[in-house]
Design a protein around this ligand. Structure first.
Ligand SMILES: [Zn+2]
Ligand SMILES: [Zn+2]
Length: 332
């Protein structure tokens, strides 16, 4: 099969992914064998390729927002059949036994495994996934539309829950990429008012077009205090600004897997008045099911730019340079 393969971590400008012919993946008794139809690109792919997150194997096929058609099922599979359409997300395996798993926090499993990091992902014509970590894709979405929901959507959804925005409250989003433009649609559907602080005129225009009440620069002061904020931009200097922007007892959730150093903060200005700061790590399967159900009900419309499989380097370079509005998706 054709795949875009990483052999050694390197800056994305050097186009480190190579189009190669790879062996077909082998499905075990509890696995689904998928023909990939679409795979979203994600900032985490950049972190894996460039080495902020050390790839757990090389050669590696990146990509963790995979929409595929089931072409084979292992003999112990019961949930899906040949011809079904399923999604594969970042979380692809947990131990089921550690304290986190037992307490319903499988996103924090000590032995969790990730798609396109520990195992091959979706920048390829075929992929395998454990059946119990696959998601049914609601019919209302095309393959391309569904792909960004599988990480941008799911992580955004978890960040939105952890941000604890009250009913009809005001939510600030810092950074406006793939995840934020989906979260904005969920938050509006829940009756929230959304303020967006981001660099890039095109991102601000998209935010306003999708229904944000205000869109300004990444470090601009908000027109009013927010109840909660989510920081999507991987830039540590935004954290104190976000904490200043929330009301007393407000929550700031950090949605990224990587962030540049956070500057020194002042207790009185940034943290006092019971303000809460928390990070978001991966997702549980319940987050994935919850997001897909709510996304189908709204329905969420991801703004997508599509690329061919062999254009994965170019697509990621554009993502790096803030050149994609909404979500980038490889269409196979
Ligand atoms: Zn575990
Ligand atoms: Zn991702």
């Amino acid at each position: 099969m054709r795949a875009m393969v990483l052999h050694e971590r390197a800056p994305i400008e050097t186009s480190p992914l190579r189009l190669e012919e790879m062996e077909l993946p082998v499905a075990g008794p509890r696995d689904l064998f998928l023909r990939v139809r679409a795979c979203g690109i994600c900032r985490t792919d950049l972190h894996v390729i460039e080495g902020e997150l050390e790839p757990e194997r090389t050669p590696l096929i990146p990509g963790h927002q995979v929409v595929g058609t089931v072409e084979g099922v292992g003999n112990e599979c019961t949930r899906f059949r040949v011809g079904d359409r399923v999604g594969v997300a970042w979380l692809r395996g947990t131990c089921g036994k550690c304290e986190s798993c037992r307490r319903g926090r499988e996103n924090l499993c000590e032995q969790s495994r990730y798609t396109g990091h520990h195992e091959h992902g979706g920048y390829a014509e075929f992929a395998v996934v454990r059946e119990d970590f696959a998601y049914a894709i609601p019919e209302v979405f095309s393959d391309i539309e569904a792909a960004p929901l599988l990480c941008a959507g799911i992580i955004g959804y978890r960040a939105l829950s952890l941000a604890e925005v009250p009913d009809a409250g005001t939510l600030a989003l810092y950074g406006f990429g793939s995840s934020a433009h989906i979260v904005l649609q969920v938050a509006l559907h829940r009756g929230c008012k959304v303020l967006v602080a981001t660099r890039g005129d095109r991102h601000r225009e998209l935010a306003l077009r999708l229904g944000a009440s205000w869109a300004g620069g990444a470090l601009d002061e908000l027109p009013e205090p927010a109840d909660s904020a989510i920081v999507f931009a991987p830039a540590g200097e935004i954290v104190p600004a976000a904490l200043r922007s929330v009301k007393k007892s407000g929550t700031v959730a950090l949605a990224g897997i990587y962030m540049t150093p956070v500057p020194e903060m002042d207790y009185e200005r940034h943290l006092f008045h019971e303000k809460k700061l928390r990070s978001v790590e991966a997702n549980t399967r319940a987050d994935g099911e919850g997001l897909l159900a709510e996304a189908a009900e709204i329905p969420i419309r991801a703004e997508t730019t599509t690329f061919a499989l062999e254009q994965a380097n170019e697509a990621l370079i554009r993502l790096q340079n803030d050149g994609i509005n909404g979500s980038g998706v490889l269409a196979l």
